[in-house]
Design a protein around this ligand. Structure first.
Ligand SMILES: Cc1cc2nc3c(=O)[nH]c(=O)nc-3n(C[C@H](O)[C@H](O)[C@H](O)COP(=O)(O)OP(=O)(O)OC[C@H]3O[C@@H](n4cnc5c(N)ncnc54)[C@H](O)[C@@H]3O)c2cc1C
Length: 542
């Protein structure tokens, strides 16, 4: 066996989740090695949509300046029946609470290229393509992995932790004793990606045709591209459906021919709904499609994997630094699995409406939806809020989640150290303690030192109007004297308004943007910080 390469974290799989996880961990200064079995990035069509929360996470992973080039915002997503009657209309226009467009359409290979470029520039991060993980073992202190390159040479890798981001048939998951919960939802769809020769306006930009003769999806595939998805019908074989001739025949009604567009790719996928029961075993963890699969009707598969990356990366950082024990990583699977089951449930519910093949059942469905004025709020089951129901969130003395703890926090623009922009881009990422009064002044040295140790951004939020006269206020932690870095001007008033509406004066936010907890008075801030300290390190600071 040739040389051994050592890393802090090994990641198997350089799909979007593996690359995002690697970038988010390497950002903390850890040595991360990603092994990918394919020598070249995977070119097949898959995800086309992500939401504002995921845009924020991708921006935090280093793509903030790339997202505009990579995406088309989507405004309307309309569902119609076979007679072109509107059944459902989602309005996704504008900016979402996370500070990015509510819905962005993109091309997955282009996004993966951008992630790979960011990875190539990141310190401590190595992506090795053409290495397939073939053997895996773990001891109390490390993980050992054997990977085989394209000519059959084997190489040994060791690391403190290993994350399997190796997709649906995960090799890493196969080495963990975990079952899979499968909802038994299986439908085959032909995916066709097209590049029209001339720009063309598509109205609505995203369309679902709930025609029992052939359920069909027609959406943006990112800048310059369109995506069609056609369901396989009873009696039709996979071979009959998945070929170029059939793709052109199905595109015909859309006036698309070899003369006016390029058929970029066609592929058949079986949509499924399942999740792994365990996401960690010892030093092995899984994320992305290796941990969960869902039908793409809500556009949440990759989004869920990017949320996994955001949740896991800050916890791995704290464990690697010795601030937290490995048991912190158990909260990763617990938090993410509960959240992902909501996304899977929603996707399946949408699928049950879309995949109807019986004309009578379809007519009943159409009657109901039109009678509800195509209003999603009246037609669909209530969407689960993007909230953590347990895990690392502030608790009451009785151990129940404190009010508001676990909700996804919004992002707005701030003015900070002479720059104005979205909070993550001008202040940075990580834990955030933000308050209407100087939070550092309300805490003692030990608590300030704890926040400093976990890399928290400690912000005194100031209204835009009163900012001029307040220069010099605030006591930024870990900053040099005279540095006013702790002050953040709430340029649009969004943060202060939000706090006032909730009756809070200070919030403590996790690096994945979920609220750890909030307090109604500065007198309670120390207890909030203590609870975080207790949950992360096992000891309060008092
Ligand atoms: C038709 C379709 C439409 C979709 N639309 C959306 C959408 O609009 N929005 C959305 O959010 N999601 C969507 N998804 C889901 C999304 O594409 C996936 O969730 C996403 O690609 C998962 O990323 P991943 O990194 O977890 O896994 P993958 O992208 O599968 O990457 C896994 C990587 O691991 C590598 N690998 C596997 N085994 C090994 C090994 N032993 N050694 C080394 N490397 C290995 C593979 O080669 C691969 O590169 C869609 C999926 C499909 C099929």
């Amino acid at each position: 066996m040739p040389d051994t390469a050592d890393a802090d974290v090994l990641i198997v799989g350089a799909g979007p989740v593996g690359l995002a996880t690697a970038l988010l961990i390497a950002r903390h200064g850890w040595r991360v090695t990603v092994l990918e079995r394919h020598a070249e990035p995977y070119p097949q069509p898959r995800a086309v949509h992500f939401d504002d929360e995921v845009a924020r996470l991708l921006a935090g992973a280093g793509l903030a300046d790339e997202l505009g080039r990579l995406t088309d915002p989507a405004d309307i997503y309309e569902w119609r029946n076979g007679s072109a009657q509107t059944l459902l209309r989602f309005d996704w226009s504008g900016t979402g609470p996370s500070g990015w467009p509510m819905a962005s359409m993109f091309n997955q290979p282009a996004l993966e290229d951008a992630l790979s470029e960011a990875a190539a520039k990141a310190d401590g991060l190595t992506v090795l393509r053409g290495y397939e993980a073939v053997q895996l073992a773990q001891t109390d202190s490390q993980v050992e992995l054997i990977a085989r390159d394209g000519v059959g040479e084997q190489r040994r890798f060791t690391a403190a932790w290993l994350v399997g981001c190796d997709g649906a048939n995960s090799f890493v998951r196969g080495h963990m004793q975990t079952g899979l919960t499968d909802l038994g939802f299986f439908f085959d769809w032909l995916i066709v990606d097209v590049v029209p020769n001339e720009p063309r306006t598509w109205d609505p930009v995203n369309l679902q045709i709930c025609d029992p003769q052939r359920p069909t999806t027609v959406v943006s595939g990112g800048p310059g591209r369109r995506r069609w998805e056609f369901m396989r019908m009873p009696g039709e074989t996979a071979e009959e459906l998945n070929n170029e001739q059939t793709a052109w025949r199905l595109l015909g009604p859309w006036q698309l021919t070899p003369d006016n567009c390029v058929l970029e790719r066609h592929a058949l996928y079986t949509f499924q709904a399942r999740w792994a029961d365990q996401w960690r075993q010892g030093r092995l963890l899984i994320a992305g499609d290796s941990a969960h699969l869902m039908p793409p009707f809500a556009g949440q598969g990759m989004c869920s994997g990017i949320r996994d990356a955001a949740n896991l990366s800050w916890k791995l950082d704290l464990v690697l630094r010795g601030l937290s024990g490995p048991e912190l990583l158990d909260s990763y699977g617990a938090e993410r699995s509960a959240h992902v089951q909501h996304a899977i449930g929603l996707s399946v519910e949408l699928g049950k409406v879309i995949c109807v093949r019986d004309p009578e059942q379809a007519a009943g469905r159409d009657g109901f939806m039109t009678s509800m004025d195509a209003d999603p709020a009246r037609i669909l089951p209530p969407l689960p809020p993007p909230t953590l129901s347990g895990g690392i969130i502030h608790r009451t003395a009785a151990g129940d989640p404190a009010e508001g703890a676990g909700v996804l926090t919004p992002q707005a623009r701030v003015g900070y150290r002479g720059r104005t922009g979205l909070l993550d881009q001008v202040v940075g990422t990580g834990f955030v303690l933000a308050a209407t009064e100087d939070p550092a002044a309300a805490l003692d040295d030990d608590r300030r030192a704890f926040l400093d140790a976990i890399g928290a951004q400690v912000l005194h939020l100031l209204p835009a109007s009163g900012a001029g006269g307040r220069s010099g206020a605030g006591s930024p932690i870990g900053k040099s004297e005279g540095d006013t870095g702790g002050q953040a001007i709430d340029v649009d008033g969004a943060y202060l308004e939000h706090l006032a509406a909730a009756g809070h004066v200070a919030v403590l936010i996790r690096p994945d943007h979920y609220l750890f907890g909030a307090v109604p008075s500065m007198a309670e801030l120390s207890a909030l910080v203590d609870d975080l300290s207790r949950q992360l390190t096992g000891t309060p600071q008092s």
